[in-house]
Design a protein around this ligand. Sequence first.
Ligand code: NAD
Length: 467
Amino acid sequence: MFDMLIDGGAAGGESRIPVISPVTEQVVAEVPDASAADVDRAVAAARRAWAGWRYSAYPQRRDVLVAMSRVVAENAAELAALLVMETGRPIAVAQFEVGLALQFLDYYAAQQIGPEVLIDDDARRVELRRLPLGVVAAIVPWNAPLYLAVNKIAPALMAGNTVVVKSAPSTPLTTARFGALVADLVPAGVLNILSGGNATGVHLVGHTDVAKIAFTGSSQTGRQIMAAAAPTLKRLTLELGGNDAAIVLPDADPAAIAPALFGFAFFNSGQVCAVIKRLYVHDSLYDAVCEAMAAIAGAVTLGDGGDPALQLGPVQNKAQFDKVQAFLADARVHGRIIAGGNVPDRPGYFIEPTIVRDITDGTMLVDEEPFGPVLPIIRYSDVDEVVARANRSPYGLGASVWSSDVEAATRVAGLIESGTVWVNQHCALDPAVPFPATKQSGIGAEGGREGLYAYTAVQTVNISKGQ
Ligand code: NAD
């Protein structure tokens, strides 16, 4: 039984939505579809709870996060199994996500915000304080349901806010179970967890008592949420879509980097905002990299995530499955598929890991975000020109540069317009490191101290010493 968490108690809701396994296409569970009244109740509870929680001492907040971390660690196997059930992903990927959630809980449990003294002279003392905002609406997508909820909950609570989470309609199970596990560890109303469809999200982000929206999802929904925030000028953190370029410089070693390039493009079947989505390879290495990547892709096993030997699971839901197939159709027309390209004849939303070569900028697969297991490899001959091509995207989430010469790669990295640039790696996340979004990939950053400050309002207190 999967319930919601509202005002410290389990809530069943009036109607329920089915959760479909992407492996079997069968209904595996049902969850409440939060109504407008459920949203109102959760926001009201969060608002009431904020009256006390905003003044709670850091040790109390820390103890809550530490207790959450302990319970997640104790139940890691069950949470990972639920992630596998709702996403079909390999168990190792599910365990990685639970581990990442734990890292964020532990990192933020150790953070505090103290007043900063800006001026302290004979005439005055000026302090900068960072105060909590109030009720935070945390809206989560389906590709990393537990991690993307926890990386909002942990800093928001630590900064003294209360939270209403809404999980994605196709992946509500792990988040609901997390809510049940932590219900008794948090004062009633401080953390509320809702499940429901897009309409639940619409009502939540439009609620006048929500002070801040922390949203991860598509750029299209991000724009709608920004508009919904306007009437009451809600604070926003938006982590949206990406179309990360990886640039392989001429001195890289194709055989050495191909396994890492493949891993960082196809992790979670490509359903990660910041995996490699456009691979630019210098002319001199182009054939070697294409061949190495195709050989790896051809040897991958697809299947049900419960199998420990499994490398890739399915696409998470039917809508995304259909969308990725449109990218495959485009790739067939504008490029040459050298590995994969097929939908296996079996139930489930499976797509073979697909490598596409001889494709150029200006095509759907290169310019847009497939969010699935299809990677274009694009040829270039001049480094300045490829940097310009990488920067031409409306997105600016992540990017990477690959080279045997780390200094040269780091210089190129500095020219790229994205929130993160990795060198000889990609999508390396760490709770202490902000993950900023630029351009149409979003606004603000999650992670690190910036991710904590994002849940606060700056106040200056200016004290005259004249009296
Ligand atoms: P989505 O935007 O369709 O949905 C995300 C969430 O928003 C869901 O919970 C959904 O129910 C809710 N929602 C939908 N419409 C809403 C509205 N008008 N108001 C309020 N809530 C609404 O995204 P998705 O398809 O679930 O996720 C895939 C996208 O997420 C990809 O574009 C991916 O790049 C992006 N993403 C970004 C990051 C990042 O950190 N930048 C991380 C993961 C995924």
